[in-house]
Design a protein around this ligand. Structure first.
Ligand SMILES: *Cc1c(COP(=O)(O)O)cnc(C)c1O
Length: 385
């Protein structure tokens, strides 16, 4: 017997740190503030809408591009929030989570040898998708100063070459909790103006921006929107990460290419959930209330750590709080996160896991999308440090 040899197409990919830390957390009975998902239920009304859609018989293949009512609701929402008009028929596609949207956008425009600028620390799905497309990820490290993490636009401009095809941005940003502001968007526009560079904008935390600030979607900037794929996720917005439904908005020319890949990858996405989401979205209250809902949890968590030796970084968006632990331990991030899980019984994620090259900043990421009682239990344990 000879087993065929399969040469991996993704040599750099192993088990994710999220799976490892979640396993360690359950092994040691730790409060899991590692992986980013809510431990509370979604609104029952959302379940009722999906249930009604199933019982109304919406259980067969929907249109490849998404249920028209949902695409219409998404276009209306984008216009109401960001003042940008997308044609629901040709410029919006419903996807199997934001992850599929990101991978499909990369596969549809990156050719072998094309360079893709990825701002690090970065969400872990970008680099493997670029590798599958035969592209070359060009990592660009955020700078870390008194005000927290920010994008060094001059260095990003210097990283652009004639082979640059795509720039991936993510705001609000996972894992750092930083958000891009209007001057950032203008700096980005200056860099891409007059080029063929496209932008992939991961905005899954669009409704989690705090302290009264507004979300700077690329949709707000026509100059950027005309060259952008804008990605969002219902999982993040409606506390249903397991549903894996998201969407992408892009100008018709880009969307036509996106749909060629989407059509032969997933073809179409869960029908009853699309109908349920479409009718649930008629009420904007759930996402309008989201900033206040999560800002309170952020403050509960930050205030609870004030007496500890952790130093809190700014958390302007997302449901993540990054903290420096240099006053507590000299361990590398990964070892510190494991020690914290085993000994203090609170799991966190090392920020080093979001870099393609080894990089130690002495910072771990906590997820505060948890019930208050879960956060209080974690704080009881962490505040001893
Ligand atoms: C959660 C997350 C995604 C993936 O969203 P899904 O809808 O679950 O696929 C993409 N990007 C970032 C930054 C995320 O945190």
């Amino acid at each position: 017997m000879s087993t065929p040899v399969l040469h991996t197409r993704l040599p750099a990919v192993g088990t994710t740190v999220f799976s490892l830390m979640s396993a360690l957390a359950s092994e040691h009975g730790a409060v899991n503030l590692g992986q980013g998902f809510p431990d509370f239920a979604c609104e029952p009304a959302l379940l009722d809408h999906v249930d009604a859609a199933m019982r109304a018989g919406h259980n067969q293949y929907p249109m490849m591009t998404g249920v028209p009512a949902l695409r219409g609701a998404i276009a209306a929402k984008i216009e109401a929030h960001y003042g940008a008009r997308y044609d629901a028929a040709s410029e919006i596609t419903v996807t199997a989570g934001a992850t599929e949207a990101l991978t499909t956008a990369i596969l549809c425009c990156v050719h072998p040898g094309d360079e893709v600028i990825v701002i690090e620390p970065a969400y872990d799905s970008y680099a493997p998708a670029i590798a599958l497309a035969g592209g070359v990820p060009v990592p660009l490290a955020m700078q870390l100063g008194e005000q927290g993490y920010s994008v060094p636009w001059d260095r990003l401009a210097a990283a652009v070459t004639p082979r640059t095809r795509l720039i991936v941005i993510n705001t609000p940003h996972n894992p750092t909790g930083s958000v891009l502001r209007a001057p950032d968007m203008r700096a980005l526009a200056d860099i891409v103006r007059g080029s063929d560079i496209l932008i992939l904008s991961d905005e899954v935390y669009e409704h989690m921006v705090y302290d009264g600030a507004r979300h700077e979607s690329v949709c707000r900037y026509p100059e950027l929107a005309e060259r952008s794929f804008v990605v969002s996720s219902f999982g993040k917005t409606y506390h249903v990460t397991g549903w894996k439904i998201g969407y992408v908005a892009a100008p018709a020319g880009l969307m036509a290419e996106f749909r060629k890949v989407h059509q032969y990858n997933v073809f179409s996405v869960n029908t009853p959930m699309q109908h349920g989401l479409a009718s649930y979205m008629a009420d904007p209250a759930p996402y309008l209330e989201l900033p206040a809902f999560y800002q309170r949890k952020r403050d509960l968590f930050r205030d609870g750590l004030k007496g500890s030796r952790f130093t809190m970084l700014p958390a302007d968006g997302t449901y993540f709080q990054c903290a420096r632990y240099e006053a507590i331990s000299a361990l590398p991030e990964s070892e510190f996160a494991q020690w914290l899980t085993r000994e203090i019984k609170v799991a966190a994620i090392p920020v080093s896991a979001f870099y393609s090259q080894a990089r130690e900043s002495g910072i771990v990421r906590f997820c505060f999308a948890k019930k208050d009682e879960t956060l209080r239990l974690a704080l009881d344990r962490l505040s001893s440090l």
